[in-house]
Design a protein around this ligand. Sequence first.
Ligand code: ATP
Length: 444
Amino acid sequence: MTDSKSQMEKVVSLAKRRGFIFPGSEIYGGLAGTWDYGPLGVEMKNNIKREWWRAMVYERDDVVGMDAAILMNPKVWEASGHTEAFSDPLVECKTCHERLRADHPKEIETHAAAHTKKNESVSWTEPRQFNLLVEAKLGAVEGQKDSVYLRGEITQGVHVNFKNVLDSSRVKIPFGVAQIGKAFRNEITPGNFIFRSREFEQMELQYYLKPDEKVAAESFAYWKNERMEWYRKLGLKNARFRDHAAGELAHYAKAACDIEYDAPFGGWKEMEGIHHRGDWDLSRHAKFSGADLTYFDEETKTRYTPWVIETSGGVDRALLFFLIDAYHEEGDRTILKLHPRLAPYKAAVFPLLANKPQLVEKARQIYKNLQPTTYNLQPIAWDDRGNIGKRYYAQDEIGTPFCITIDFQTLEDDTVTVRDRDTARQERVASKDLSLFLQERLVR
Ligand code: ATP
């Protein structure tokens, strides 16, 4: 393995060079804390979201999905506590006026050390709270526009629709509502590539329960495990749980646990949070909106405000850690050992020689046959540049699990060479069995 700092630099450079992630608005000098996903990045990101949706919605009977608007009535954020409490403590360096998070001691130390090195004195202002909600103006007439917020978390879009979901579907408590979508935060110190940005995507489950400590504790433990298993099944190593101490709980939480990843920038970092939110959201929205957000339990003939267990993960952080985890160097080869389900391309098809029309035609035909269909969304790459060695190199670097080569033997017996990314082993497979061959390896 490479040393940790250079590993991060290599991942960032690979991500740019091969079209995973670009700095946002780059030709205009960028916009701090924003990133654009390129041709391979969007595939990988969609794969992460699809895997999450499959595990959290399709493979369960007790969860339904929804997709709420990013812009919401500003009262939502009063009710949720965000206008009041969604803030970070900031200190300002009196020497250079840079603002840093008061709760990030390492950054403060590094900053102070930089001044000390230049024989400059360092002192800080008292910490001040800084609200993270991003404001926007809505309306047609200048001067009469209303202030709204871009949502700081996707959570509230689900809770304000609790009654709608209940009345329009056949869910019964316990049940969950899953959602994936963009969130925006005026982060004071965006950084570490896509780890902390100002626009990012979240994937969340709000799971509604009977208000009962035992039921909630069991559900909390269950969801912690489910979420950790999801990362593990998709091949992620180096993840752990970290329970929050009572003093660090967010304003809405009765209990919280992070799933952390051992990042090459400063060690364990939050990737997902599992939160016991109690009845905070529903009771606050009931109070602020006047709507009745209680639930009538047919079994016990009682009415109550449900409690909520939430799992809240970052799509971008998951993508970053899957990339870092998958990054390997073997000799002069760079290999992204991504789980096949997350890899941007499932396979690449090559004609052995680009200047032999018979080979190219046969390869095109096989490539076409493997193209995604409505039920089978698996992008396949085509490459006929350079020699086979270079093509393998290029596909390993972007994590393509299988390379399929059409050679002269194919023209005789209709078999192809399939090379495995991780073992570099090659085997002959009948071209008519290719689809099944890939299917079997991709569902694992
Ligand atoms: P942090 O302490 O790192 O700021 P948080 O505790 O504020 O994170 P939550 O509000 O619990 O994070 O958000 C849930 C998830 O959303 C996080 O686990 C993370 O994956 C993702 N997330 C939060 N803020 C950002 C950000 N600025 N950039 C990218 N992802 C983020």
